[in-house]
Unconditional design. Sequence first.
Length: 124
Amino acid sequence: AETFGNALRETREGPAVHLADPAKGKPEGYRAVLLAPEADKVLVEGYDFADLGEFAAQGFAMLVKRNFREGPHDDIGVFPTVTVRSNAAIALMIDGERRDGSTQETFTCEEMALDFLSTNAPEP
C-alpha cells in the first residue's frame, strides 16, 4: 500500500509535460507524452489520469498487459514538428534507452539513408 501511495503521489505531483508547439492537448499538461513516427510526421498521445480509476486502469495496462499505450490517453494529433516543455528536465525514453532531456525538447521525423546487414542463422 505504501508503494502504491508513493507511486500515486510521485505521478500526480511531478512536473507535467506540455505541448508548447503546437499548443495542443490539456493546458495543465500530461504526466507522460508518447511521440511516435507516423509517415513523415509525429504522432502525439498524452497520458494522465483524472481520478483513482484511471490511475488503476493505467497501472493495469502497464503491469498486466505490459503495454502502457493501452491505458487511458488523449489522442492529441499528428504534426510535422512537436516541441514539448516542462518545469524540470524531461525524462526521455528513445528506443528503450533512457536519457534526461532539457526542459524543452523539439522532435521531427527525418528520413535517413540506412542499410541494415543481416546474417542467416545456421540451421540446427
